[in-house]
Design a protein around this ligand. Structure first.
Ligand SMILES: [Zn+2]
Length: 265
């Protein structure tokens, strides 16, 4: 039997094995789920209960204590306060009730995004507008006082999420927080090379007398920002948090210079 003949057979065996394994896994998972009451589609507590507020304690971000959003107790137990559907999201899809804020849901999930630095252009804006439309006071004004309050809180949180994720620097800092790494934005630079560069740039900005000169520095800063954004994305992707912090520090400086230029323009 030649090499060519064996390959299809072995791949066929692998495929069949994989299929039967995944089927077995599926069966096991299904039976496990059926045995766990909190995985049912509806919540089990008494439907005559008054609306319950599932307030989760505000998360404190501290180093080395990253919080996980998936599978947390809060999330599993969260049900629509009105129709008890499991895991409603901002607004219950079954009955349309506005839900109280669930802090275990991170900003990325609000917009249906993966927890990663690179986000597709426009993916944020569309979802943001969509949520703001659904939570708009005009649309919820006929609802109960509680629901109107929930809508206002959800809306404020959606705005926070959008503002944080929209800009690369704040998005990077937020991602680090989710990993339990607190970024000190006021940390002073100790690297002589970077210090020298910053001083040079500052001088150039001070001395720039016309918008042309400022625009030139601005495009240089934007390029540097792009470079360090890429560095951050790579470092974060490979969980090299020290490297990621270094990138954030540089992003912070170039971002500040950019802000100064905008003020002067
Ligand atoms: Zn509901």
């Amino acid at each position: 039997m030649g090499e060519e003949d064996r390959t299809p057979l072995s791949s066929f065996i692998r495929k069949t094995l994989a299929q039967s394994l995944s089927l077995q896994l599926l069966e096991e998972t299904t039976s496990q789920l059926q045995n766990q009451p909190h995985f049912s589609t509806a919540c089990s507590f008494n439907t005559n209960e008054p609306p319950r507020v599932f307030k989760t304690p505000k998360t404190n971000f501290t180093r080395n204590s990253g919080f996980s959003s998936l599978g947390s107790v809060e999330e599993i137990s969260s049900c629509c306060w009105n129709c008890k559907t499991r895991r409603p999201f901002l607004i219950c899809e079954s009955c349309g009730s506005v839900q109280p804020v669930d802090h275990s849901v991170d900003y990325f999930r609000i917009f249906g995004l993966d927890r990663r630095f690179d986000i597709e252009d426009g993916s944020l804006e569309g979802m943001y507008k969509n949520w703001q439309k659904k939570l708009h006071p005009d649309l919820v004004h006929t609802k109960s006082k509680e629901e109107r309050e929930y809508a206002a809180e959800q809306s404020a949180r959606v705005i926070d999420a959008y503002t944080t994720l929209r800009k690369p620097l704040s998005r990077a800092i937020y991602l680090m927080r989710l990993e339990g790494v607190e970024v000190d934005e006021e940390q002073t630079v100790s690297e002589p090379e970077l210090l020298g560069e910053i001083m040079e740039i500052r001088e150039a900005v001070d001395e720039a007398t016309d918008s042309q000169a400022l625009n030139k520095i601005q495009s240089q800063m934007e390029e540097k920002l792009r470079h360090w954004c890429n560095s951050f994305a790579n470092a974060f992707g490979s969980k090299s948090f020290d490297e990621a912090l270094k990138s954030i520090q540089r992003m912070t400086y170039y971002h500040r210079v950019n802000e100064e230029i905008v003020k002067k323009l």
